[in-house]
Design a protein around this ligand. Structure first.
Ligand SMILES: NC(=O)c1ccc[n+]([C@@H]2O[C@H](COP(=O)([O-])OP(=O)(O)OC[C@H]3O[C@@H](n4cnc5c(N)ncnc54)[C@H](O)[C@@H]3O)[C@@H](O)[C@H]2O)c1
Length: 315
């Protein structure tokens, strides 16, 4: 099959493309946005170069690709994360909301009838104490980022019924692993420890995150890909949680990293109120329909991540 992937040089895009290139032709686009070290994005690209991979440095707001027929398009491009500098907040609207609509318009123009897109656990309200369930949990994002992802879901739902297409939205939960995003807590904890720098710990590390290892996420995306491209697929618009169903308190995450590096953190405490108190995926639906089965515990996943940090001197 021929697949279009946006955010191709990003963390999830890189791992997904590596997997898909074994059997498919991939067209990737990425604008190399400067939300973190661009050299890491370029390094990921270098590691995906292959005869059946075609890369274009482009913005999803203005996609221009050769006139080939795509079987499927996957949108991963975004301004990710809930914490950005105020001066960059406009990107939630410009990239995540408007960019997603432009990406969908491109798919419609090019007669691409199958679409998968990245949503997030940040669309949920964390007011209850239960797991986040696709059909039950209140959708009330605390952040502009979460709001932008919820807008994607609303637009996808509108489009699926207006056009003759099938769409899957994947609500990812705190994805981590080798080639990960330096702006995420686990990565910045590890980097600060290795560089002997102080660590800012929000809310005494009492927040919990359903940390999900990249390989588990990729297997969930591949299962969604299989489901949507099956000949007999009839659904229009589906949403799945892809998490680990095993939240970790941020303070325990830090302890795990300290233990594995045999280092002790110097902590500065801070307070924030625009982040979820906890995230916890109910993965019943993904298990049942996609056969999704996350397998990586935090100690094993973190070990693989830290080995990568050392090997690639990614501090
Ligand atoms: N990593 C996580 O824990 C997580 C959790 C929930 C949701 N998500 C979502 O998954 C997707 C992938 O996340 P990631 O962790 O790989 O992030 P990432 O930042 O590593 O990857 C996103 C890529 O999109 C590119 N990009 C940004 N704006 C663009 C634009 N206008 N046009 C083209 N490319 C653009 C960036 O350069 C980057 O390479 C995002 O949509 C993100 O919101 C990620």
């Amino acid at each position: 099959m021929r697949i279009l992937i946006t955010g191709a040089s990003g963390f999830i895009g890189f791992h997904l493309i590596n997997k898909l290139l074994k059997n498919h032709e991939v067209y990737g686009i990425d604008s190399y946005s400067n939300n973190y070290d661009i050299s890491l994005k370029k390094e990921r690209y270098q590691k995906t170069v292959k005869d059946n991979y075609f890369f274009f440095e482009q913005n999803i707001r203005n996609i221009k690709l050769p006139n080939v027929k795509f079987d499927l398009a996957i949108n991963l491009a975004a301004q990710p994360g809930v914490r950005v500098d105020k001066s960059k907040e406009y990107l939630y609207r410009e990239t995540n909301e408007e960019g997603f609509i432009k990406f969908c318009n491109f798919c419609i123009e090019r007669n691409i009838k199958k679409i998968i897109y990245a949503s997030s656990s940040s669309v949920y309200s964390d007011d209850g104490e239960e797991k986040f369930k696709e059909s039950h949990t209140l959708l009330r994002p605390k952040s502009l980022y979460g709001k932008s992802k919820l807008e994607n879901e609303k637009y996808a739902s509108y489009l699926a019924y207006k056009e003759d297409i099938s769409i899957i939205g994947l609500r990812f939960f705190s994805v981590y692993g080798p080639f990960g995003r330096p702006d995420m807590a686990y990565y910045s904890f590890a980097r600060s420890l290795m560089n002997n720098e102080k660590i800012i710990l929000n809310n005494y590390g009492t927040m919990a995150r359903d940390m999900t290892y990249i390989d588990d996420i990729i297997s969930g995306v591949i299962s969604s890909f299989k489901l949507i491209t099956e000949e007999k697929t009839k659904f229009k618009n589906e949403i799945f949680n892809l998490g680990n169903d095993s939240p970790v308190m941020v303070v325990d995450l830090l302890k795990e990293i300290e233990k594995q590096l045999s280092l002790k953190a110097a902590v500065i405490h801070a307070h924030t109120n625009n982040e979820s108190k906890y995230t916890h995926a109910d993965i019943t639906k993904a298990k049942k329909i996609l056969g999704y089965k996350p397998e990586t515990s935090i100690d094993i996943g973190m070990k693989k991540f830290l080995e990568w940090c050392k090997k690639y001197e990614r501090k």
